[in-house]
Design a protein around this ligand. Structure first.
Ligand code: UD1
Length: 418
């Protein structure tokens, strides 16, 4: 199994190109079931995307990936579509459940494996099913599968989500887009990735509007046969490298991004004493010596993202005094903490809150990656630690970070896969 070796305390400088968003690409890829011919650009070539492509191929779509240019072309002209998402393809990537809405809306039935729990929590899909039932689907669970049917097709409805879920909002949009009549979704997730999905579906002929936490959808009766779309940049990848720059950067530039999508993170970094130059489509991080303590809580967008919690915790180990992070989204998302402690961090967990006492000089160790964002936090820790850090189980990283070593090496980091 491959590992990463990092020799820490090397100052980074240069430019880091931010890839397309994995979390925007996945629902948009699922939605291609609804069209005939879609061309997507700025797709990140990471494991989760390849898993979704495999799933769509299994369903019966024709897909061409142009690796050199990060483009994907998807054709759905097959008359023999399988309305099935099998266990082996959904268990490794929960976003597989996003094909449920489009399959049900277009083909009136779907059989999708229940994704099950994962390292960061139980992660149920009750809210996805709740929304689809409101749109008229009959759903039962049998032998680990969701068996859904809408013999007469889905009908628009008013749906009030009892709590905010990114995936359930996406599945509901995807299903309502191709139903009869009007749908209003209340208490929705409004992540930029959801806005990107809406932009894509509107290009396909949809009439979808987002206002506050409400989404208004008029069922689309005439779906365009051919559409092109460029995926937005990955704000979580950007946030991750901003922390790397704050930890060991001399001067690092990020261009072709939209800083307004990470306003909250920029404010937090500024409060922590990180020196940033923000322009319309770029960001520059300058050498930042005096990192200050802070307390943050993870929340749905526009709040601070759970997907950046582990990375910001590494920066907090550099701050003088006591910093705190409260994790409100997932119940088991502090698995990086024992590994960071092995590297010398002083962190205590009380209920949902991690209490970080700093500053600590981290020291290299052999550590174990447990999930996507936890593993990248260990990379960040390795960059700022004394000596060498070895990270095991880096297949987690490959699920969501495109060209990680290459991007860091270009900025003079000492990192290699072996
Ligand atoms: C998405 C992101 C993930 C991110 C998360 C929260 C993708 C592919 N993944 O995951 O990177 O960490 O949003 O920002 O975009 N819940 C229920 N019932 C449901 C669905 C969710 O109780 O039916 C709960 C979850 O257990 C969790 C919370 O709602 O506690 C938020 O989860 P959700 O927003 O659905 O996350 P995902 O869409 O799975």
């Amino acid at each position: 199994m491959e590992k990463l070796l990092i020799t820490g305390k090397k100052e980074l400088s240069g430019r880091i190109y931010i890839s397309g968003s994995k979390n925007a690409s996945l629902p948009i890829l699922a939605s291609t079931i609804l069209s005939e011919n879609v061309k997507l650009t700025n797709i990140p070539l990471v494991k989760d995307i390849f898993t979704m492509v495999e799933l769509l191929k299994f369903v019966g779509l024709k897909i061409n990936i142009h690796k050199k240019t990060n483009r994907i072309e998807i054709k759905n002209t097959n008359k023999n579509i399988k309305t099935l998402a099998p266990y082996n393809l959904v268990k490794t990537m929960r976003a597989g459940v996003l094909v449920l809405g489009p399959l049900l809306a277009k083909y009136k039935k779907a059989k999708i494996s229940l994704p099950g729990g994962c390292a960061i929590g139980t992660r149920p899909v009750n809210l996805h099913l709740f929304a689809l039932k409101k749109l008229g689907a009959k759903i039962k669970i049998k032998n680990g599968y969701i068996i859904a049917e809408a013999k007469k097709g889905l009908r628009g409805s008013k749906i009030f989500f009892p709590s905010i879920s990114v995936g359930a909002t996406e599945n509901a949009i995807l299903a309502a887009f191709n139903s009869k009549g009007k749908t209003i979704l209340y208490n929705c997730a409004i992540e930029p990735e959801i806005q990107d999905l809406i932009n894509f579906l509107n290009k396909l002929g949809g009439n979808i509007k987002l206002a506050g936490r409400k989404i208004f959808i008029t069922g689309c009766r005439k779906i365009k046969k051919s559409v092109k779309h460029e995926i937005i940049f990955d704000r979580i990848e950007l946030g991750t490298y901003l922390v790397a720059a704050a930890l060991v950067g001399k001067k690092i530039l990020f261009n072709k991004i939209d800083p307004t999508l990470i306003k909250n993170e920029i404010n937090i970094l500024r409060k922590m004493g990180v020196k940033l130059r923000v322009q319309k489509n770029s960001l520059e991080v300058l050498k930042s010596n005096n990192i200050k303590k802070i307390s943050i809580s993870t929340k749905p967008y526009p709040g601070f993202p759970t997907d950046l919690q582990a990375q910001f915790m590494v920066l907090m180990t550099r701050a003088k005094g006591i910093s705190k992070i409260k994790e409100n989204i997932f119940e088991n998302r502090f698995m990086h903490v024992p590994e960071l402690k092995r590297m010398g961090a002083n962190i205590e967990i009380k209920d949902k809150t991690a209490i970080i006492s700093g500053p600590s000089q981290l020291t290299g160790a052999e550590v174990m990656a447990t999930d996507l964002r936890a593993s990248v936090s260990l990379v960040l820790a390795g960059l700022v630690a004394n000596n060498r850090t070895i990270i095991n189980r880096i297949y987690h990283l490959d699920r969501g970070y495109e060209f990680l070593e290459k991007k860091l090496k270009n900025c003079k980091a000492h990192i290699k896969r072996f």
